[in-house]
Design a binder for this molecule. Structure first.
Ligand code: PEP
Length: 254
């Protein structure tokens, strides 16, 4: 399976910066001997249309960072899944830990958003991951197991991203062993929840992935790609991670 390298731009950049990132990505993706992974960028809502237009006709997909459960209605400040589609998105990140923490998103709400995104034709990246305290008290698999059970509807056709909260934006990455153990656990849980279909779900790793650690992390068994925050804002770093994905796939990772 091709690895997926997805960039989460979070709440960063104005339209001019969006074009400055999208341009080099488009040029690199057009190189026939270049990348063999799938590429996705998830800009803020205000930049979606610009980025989608800049990448139209390229192999790089565009996604949102959240959506509402309803297709339309009296929800001031929210954006619906059909609106993301309308702006050119084909993917959406859901249940990111910053949404779970800053907006009190529960597993149930995330599950409803996954259903709404599916109905609108968006592929979802559903994020799960434990906090530092939960890991320190040995609860990491239990927490992630509950998140998977609560956040994923049946059937589920999206992607799961394992993002330990303590590794996001901190420069701390999980060790290869931590990642291997958790990804194997997530695979088992997906098979338990969805049977054979659970074997085909891509599981991304996210948390301070950068060009220096990407090849190692992407070569871990059951790692099907990366969800990249900070490093996705620098096209040269994001592309270096994408090239590491190619090497990791050739080495048997993912
Ligand atoms: C993220 O926000 O999904 C993320 C992984 O961020 P960073 O790469 O900056 O840790």
């Amino acid at each position: 399976m091709r690895q997926l390298i997805a960039g989460n731009w979070k709440m960063n950049g104005l339209t001019t910066q969006a074009s400055a990132i999208a341009g080099p990505l488009r040029a690199a993706a057009g190189d026939p001997i270049g990348l063999t992974c799938d590429l996705l960028v998830c800009p803020p809502f205000t930049q979606l249309l610009t980025v989608a237009q800049a990448l139209a006709g390229s192999p790089i997909a565009v996604g949102g960072q959240d959506c509402h459960t309803a297709p339309h209605g009296a929800h001031t400040g929210d954006i619906s899944a059909p609106m993301l589609r309308d702006a050119g998105a084909t993917w959406v990140i859901l249940g990111h830990s910053e949404r779970r923490q800053n907006h009190a998103e529960t597993d149930e709400l995330v599950r409803e958003k996954v259903v709404a995104a599916t109905d609108a034709g968006l592929t979802q990246i559903v994020c799960v991951g434990e906090t530092a305290d939960q890991r320190a008290s040995g609860q990491e698999t239990e927490v992630v197991g509950w998140q998977l059970a609560g956040s994923l509807p049946k059937p589920f056709t999206g992607v799961v991203a394992y993002e330990p909260v303590w590794a996001i934006g901190t420069g701390k990455t999980a060790t290869e062993q931590d990642v291997a153990i958790m990804h194997a656990f997530i695979r088992d849980e997906l098979v338990r929840q969805f049977g054979e279909a659970g074997r085909g779900v891509r599981i991304l790793y996210g948390g301070s992935v950068n060009p220096a650690n990407a090849a190692t992390l992407l070569a871990v068994p059951e790692v099907g790609g990366a969800l990249v925050g900070g490093a996705s804002l620098k096209p040269e770093d994001f592309l270096a991670i994408a090239r590491a994905a190619r090497i990791a796939s050739e080495a048997g990772g993912g």
